[in-house]
Design a protein around this ligand. Structure first.
Ligand code: SF4
Length: 434
């Protein structure tokens, strides 16, 4: 089936029959408005406390991470940019020497660093540099104190949450092997705020699921062991490469929706409970109180959000789980749910939960999408920073999708905070009108 739009196509694929499991998806390939993968450094550097992110890039890259992270810096940051100025191929040997010198200086000044990521970017001078070879060379020099890894955060290859995927995938080869005959372990994959991680750990341990690990870990000294006895749960929907790398090591994914909202969190925990044979009585005993609190806290926001319409521009890859939460738990109306990439396997449970007939789009042709949003006049648009101001100026309420990465939103205790992120811009507009 093809649409009338040039440069776009409507694709239907066989799959689940519930919800939107087999719904047609509008695929668009045009101009995109999205941050590059360097943005992930802003939350990743706070998570792995003995890691350092050295962007090998240009002044533009340095500006991006400084301005995006600037307001949050309260201590010496764990990231920096090694600026590779314009140089031709003959100058590449110098560039490698320069990189080695910068790394030597950095490690001498910051002896607490245990893991150093060299992060590639898009300037042509950087593309010419072989960062994986540089990482190997520097690892050999600084072993065993420091491991040096590399990944790309280039805007040509990555959107902003794919930077986390590339970073975590680069970690997989150095994860220890699990001990032969070890009891099954559970690995939660995807950066979560520490408060969320602690809550989820308590719930999983309450269910009797032992040996729970989180990736990324808080320290490079606590890397999770991985092998065929590892069962893993994705905590974020944008980790396709990391999942592939874990599975190549024998780990098995537990299919589940994402832990957003009361319902998503329950189903996510249930997936682990089923794999560990937890009884329904124990599951109920552990989840009843926090689930009840979450439902109660959500009711307050539902009053305000119910019936309001929302339009998602593709940005973080969180769009489908968020849309599911807003539609099912907040009774909002979904006008269009755009996502940069639609991973049908990882999102199968989420798609099945979306209201039938939800308009889904993958990729972007920003002008066409803006036309659709303007025509629909939604109450709220979830989009990147670049689109928010013009839409606000046209009288359409917006929510910056990047906030959903910086704010703890997963789990029962954060369900109401998640709803509030969408209620706040609507409140503000209401007050302005009054
Ligand atoms: Fe810009 Fe590319 Fe640097 Fe990102 S990696 S800031 S897109 S130059």
């Amino acid at each position: 089936m093809s649409s009338a739009l040039v440069g776009s196509s409507l694709v239907s694929s066989a799959g689940a029959t519930l919800g939107c499991g087999d719904a047609p998806v509008l695929r668009e390939r045009g101009q995109r408005e999205v941050f590059c993968g360097l943005t992930g450094i802003i939350w990743l550097h706070r998570k792995i406390q003995d890691a350092f992110f050295l962007v090998v890039g240009s002044r533009t890259c340095a500006h991006l991470i400084q301005s995006a992270a600037g307001v949050m810096i309260f201590a010496e940051p764990r990231f920096a940019t090694a600026i590779i100025d314009e140089r031709d191929l003959a100058g590449m040997a110098d560039a490698n020497d320069e990189l080695d010198r910068v790394v030597d200086q950095l490690l001498a000044r910051r002896p607490e660093i245990r893991l150093l990521f060299l992060v590639g970017s898009c300037p042509s001078e950087v593309i010419k540099l072989d960062l994986s070879r540089a990482a190997e060379r520097l690892s050999a020099t600084h072993m065993p104190q420091v491991r040096v890894l590399n990944y790309s955060g280039s805007g040509i290859e990555t959107t902003f949450t794919q930077g986390e995927d590339a970073c975590l995938a680069s970690l997989v080869p150095i994860l220890p092997r699990e001990t032969p005959g070890a009891a099954p372990s559970l690995l939660v994959v995807g950066a979560l705020a520490e408060v969320v991680e602690d809550q989820l750990r308590r719930l999983l341990e309450g269910l009797g699921i032992g040996d729970v690990w989180f990736m990324p870990p808080r320290s490079a000294l606590a890397l999770p062991p991985v092998g065929p006895n590892t069962r893993y749960l994705l905590a974020q929907p944008f980790l396709a490469d990391t999942a592939r790398a874990l599975e190549a090591r024998g780990a098995v994914r537990l299919p589940a929706p994402f832990p957003l909202g009361a319902e998503g969190t329950t189903a996510w925990l249930q997936a682990a409970a089923d794999a560990w044979g937890v009884t329904p009585e124990r599951f109920d005993a552990v989840t009843r109180a926090p689930l009840g609190r979450a439902r109660q806290a959500l009711a307050r926001h539902r009053e305000q959000l119910a019936g309001k319409s929302v339009f998602f521009f593709p940005d973080s890859q969180l769009e489908i789980p968020l849309a599911r939460f807003l539609a099912r738990e907040m009774d909002m109306r979904l006008i269009e749910v755009g996502t940069p990439y639609l991973h049908r396997q990882h999102l199968a449970e989420e798609l099945a939960w979306l209201p039938a007939g939800t308009a889904l789009s993958e990729g972007q042709d920003v002008d066409r999408q803006l036309d659709r949003a303007r025509a629909a006049r939604p109450d709220l648009v979830v989009c990147g920073l670049g689109l928010a101001n013009p839409l606000e100026a046209e009288g359409i309420g917006t929510k910056w999708s990047i906030e959903l990465l910086f704010t703890p939103i997963q789990g029962y205790d954060q369900a109401a905070d998640l709803a509030e992120l969408f209620a706040r811009p609507l409140n503000r507009r209401l007050r302005l009108r009054v």
